[in-house]
Ligand binder design. Structure first.
Ligand code: PEP
Length: 252
């Protein structure tokens, strides 16, 4: 079965109700192929407004984070039940900004993935190396260290319901994109790492590339064998550019 192709928009702490309106009115009219999903991940406060405006079965709603707790005294956190109530079906987990700015650990990220799955949400698990780690040729080791705790926590079989986004930290928001060849090589490493645990599961996991994807580079990146779409930050806030990126995933 062909892998699901996914273009996920990470609005981060950007966007407003006007963007909700313009993005949905433009994307709702696009006829996507069956194997393409567009996942829009706004700030929590816009989930409800987006949910009300999405009118296209290929467009799904996602959140940018989730608590690993069910409920309780966790000021500022958002639970799986709340995300489900807002009709979110995906959630970004372990974004490099969550790891570096908010101190999320591999263990905590693994627990969040487990909790999301237990509550019917599809995690978009982010992994990626820093520039220094790439230069020191530690990329494979870093990715393994980020993946293994999640495999240990949920078991490899559960990866049939997980999406992985490979985002080299040095490429996020910097305008520096991994070359298609470099991105493919790393995606292939990730798939092979999963395959050591279960080849069939590894073959079915959608692997997204993230890091300064734009209208000009998306088609070539998405054409790589092990790249099944993208996680898009800055360019997902520009309606015309994002539409071009979405169309690059169609039939590639
Ligand atoms: C991101 O934050 O996930 C991201 C990939 O950002 P950008 O596309 O702006 O590099």
């Amino acid at each position: 079965m062909p892998r699901q192709r996914i273009i996920a928009a990470n609005w981060k702490m950007n966007g407003n109700l006007a963007l909700v309106d313009t993005m949905t009115s433009e994307l709702n009219n696009i006829k996507f192929s069956d194997d393409v999903k567009v996942v829009i991940c706004p700030s929590f406060v816009y989930l409800s407004a987006l949910s009300a405006k999405i009118a296209n079965n290929n467009i799904k709603l996602g959140a940018q984070n989730i608590s690993e707790h069910a409920s309780g005294a966790y000021t500022g956190e958002v639970s799986a039940d709340m995300l489900n109530e807002m009709s979110a079906s995906y959630v970004i987990i372990g974004h490099s900004e969550r790891r570096s700015i908010f101190g999320e650990t591999d263990k905590q990220i693994a627990l969040k993935v487990k909790f999301a799955l237990a509550n019917g949400l599809t995690p978009i698990l982010c992994i990626g190396e820093s520039e220094a780690e790439r230069v020191e040729e530690k990329t494979d080791a870093v990715l393994s260290q980020q993946l293994q705790p999640v495999i240990d926590e949920i078991g490899i079989e559960s990866f049939k319901d997980v999406v992985i986004a490979y985002e080299p930290v040095w490429a996020i928001g910097t305008g520096k994109t991994a070359s298609p060849e470099m991105a493919q090589e790393t995606h292939q490493f990730i798939r092979q790492f999963l395959a050591k645990n279960n080849a069939e599961i590894a073959e079915g996991v959608s692997l997204l590339y993230g890091g300064s994807v734009n209208a000009a580079n998306s088609k070539e990146l998405f054409a790589q064998t092990d790249i099944d779409g993208g996680l898009i930050g800055g360019a997902s806030l520009k309606v015309d550019e994002f539409k071009i990126i979405c169309s690059a995933a169609q039939g590639s």
